[in-house]
Design a protein around this ligand. Structure first.
Ligand SMILES: CC(C)(COP(=O)(O)OP(=O)(O)OC[C@H]1O[C@@H](n2cnc3c(N)ncnc32)[C@H](O)[C@@H]1OP(=O)(O)O)[C@@H](O)C(=O)NCCC(=O)NCCS
Length: 346
């Protein structure tokens, strides 16, 4: 892999500075590729590809910079050693609650353990604190170095999620002996679904998952589902198991795309039916796949052992475990720290 961007820093500057979009994009793409080789998935690889492509569109970047417009995900800081970009942190809005995501924290291997990541993180957190906001990030649960770094800066693990995958070539699941009454969520049941989600996955414990707080909008049944399917090939269905008094005992959302991956979201089971409904509900959803050769993916709280057992039973395999970390907004004492360089893209 060519590290052209990293080697082509002309200045002889050493230290921390805000990201300069026009100069830094290719170097950051190289840095991320080097530091995350083991964990980059297809999405990560295509993001790097897009960053490199964008770095070659000089005039567009110049216009964005002049307009004071950032590219989503490209606020942040870099560490430079004699003109060479060796470290990065990216700060990007959460899209809810006015918070900020800290991402792409990386330092080239030969420059590690010199305090560079800590300095980058301190600058990013000053940027966030200036805005009186909270910060979130996700990190591989076995990345001791990063967990240590973040814990030392006031982040706490909110919840850990396992990514489960069911490969396409596996046989379809066998029908369980007892199948509960599974039916589609009615549009009038949005409140009941919201009540189930807030009791099973409260926001204080990570909500529905990464960047998915429990909101009525996140759970609302899809409108015009048949039309959407006809136009885009995307089918979104929510299946529920009704309980007593009009409540819901379990729910599962399934998103399928023709010829693509099936994603399962929000496997929610009321505590009094835990270990009973997870497996039949998963089984039901898998049987409905557009084509049986679809592979399926889901992220689920790692501490939900009943769901873990049900996922294994339905031939899902754990792929990755990610800790979601949270750092609260500063207390409103009016003493907001000033961030060096402002953190905006220039
Ligand atoms: C994680 C990473 C960014 C740390 O960069 P760094 O510049 O070496 O970190 P620092 O020197 O600033 O260390 C700050 C603190 O982090 C922790 N830390 C960093 N490296 C560590 C290691 N190898 N083992 C244990 N703790 C470590 C320590 O608490 C350290 O404080 P200390 O030096 O007082 O003990 C770097 O190892 C890296 O780029 N790794 C690959 C990419 C990655 O995993 N990024 C995080 C993704 S969420």
């Amino acid at each position: 892999m060519a590290a052209t961007g990293i080697l082509a820093q002309p200045e002889a500057f050493t230290g921390l500075r805000a990201v300069h979009l026009r100069h830094d994009l290719a170097a950051i793409a190289d840095l991320i590729e080097i530091c995350f080789t083991a964990s980059l998935d297809a999405v990560g690889r295509s993001a790097i590809h897009e960053m490199r492509a964008l770095s070659r569109t000089g005039p567009l970047l110049w216009v964005l910079a002049r307009l004071g417009q950032g590219i989503p995900g490209m606020y942040g800081y870099v560490w430079v050693e004699r003109g060479r970009l060796v470290g990065n942190v990216t700060v990007t809005p959460t899209g809810y609650g006015g918070g900020w995501i800290i991402a792409n924290v990386a330092v080239l291997p030969e420059y590690r353990r010199r305090g560079i990541a800590r300095r980058l993180m301190q600058a990013a957190l000053a940027f966030v604190e200036e805005r009186g906001a909270f910060a979130v990030l996700q990190v591989d649960a076995d990345n001791e170095a990063a967990l240590d770094l973040y814990a030392g800066l006031g982040f706490r693990v909110q919840r850990t999620f396992t990514r489960w995958r069911r490969p396409a070539y596996l046989r379809p699941p066998l029908l369980p002996q007892t199948m509960p009454n599974v039916r589609p969520l009615a549009r009038t049941e949005a409140d009941q679904l919201y009540a189930l989600a807030t009791s099973v996955r409260p926001d204080s414990r990570g909500g529905l998952g990464w960047l998915r707080p429990v909101t009525p909008a996140a759970l609302r049944p899809a409108r015009w589902a048949a039309l959407r399917y006809a136009l885009s090939g995307q089918r979104v269905e929510t299946w529920v198991v009704p309980g007593e008094d009009g409540q819901l005992d379990a729910a599962l959302r399934v998103e399928q795309r023709i010829g693509g991956l099936t994603r399962l979201f929000d496997l929610l089971v009321a505590p009094h039916r835990a270990s009973e409904l997870e497996s039949p509900l998963l089984n039901f959803a898998l049987r409905r796949l557009i084509a049986r050769e679809h592979s399926a993916l889901t992220d689920h709280p790692a501490d939900d052992l009943a769901a873990g057992a049900a996922l294994r039973e339905n031939l899902f395999r754990p792929e990755r475990v990610l800790a979601h970390m949270f750092r609260p907004a500063p207390a409103g004492d009016g003493q907001r720290p000033v961030s060096p360089g402002g953190g905006s893209v220039r």
